[in-house]
Design a protein around this ligand. Sequence first.
Ligand code: GAR
Length: 190
Amino acid sequence: MKNIAVFASGSGSNFQALVNAVETNELQASIKLLVCDKPKAYVVERAANHSMDVFAFSAKDYPSKAAYEMEILQKLKDYEIDLIILAGYMRLIGDTLLQAFPGRIVNIHPSLLPNFPGKDAVGQALSAGAKETGVTVHYVDEGMDTGPIIAQESVGIAAGETNESLQAKIQRIEHGLYPKVVQTLVLTKI
Ligand code: GAR
């Protein structure tokens, strides 16, 4: 059984979808640790509800990205983590973690990459007047949402679509897609 660490910064609905998938055995892996850079984020509460271990930190307490990533790396070693799953973790991964986990860090992004990388991908798609957008799961490299694509699913943007309605459609796709893709990865690649 592979050991997973989920990294998140916010509400953690994708974290929850992964935890649920483990509990129903759709995802045959063990989520050992949540890493969170926002100690007050709701995702920390979700982890506590499932008695899951959390490493919460504030980047401002460290002199550099390398310094906090060294501490994260030690935790990942302690928990014998095989795979890092980013689920709304709003920081670029640095060399320390990229070199320690080559090809073993995965991200989900709410657009059809390479369109609309970075923050507020849903708002970007609406402002651009796009007719469709979607969800991408990809390997993480040193860029912002740039690594090799593993899976994509598209969704139409209706006339009169709001940020909230589109966000809801996209999150529904994410919660179905991410556990499935991670399951494929733990069975085959990692
Ligand atoms: C998700 O929609 C995820 O795709 C996005 O953050 C949201 C987190 O939601 N990630 C990015 O934009 C990464 N560039 P959640 O906290 O409810 O899982």
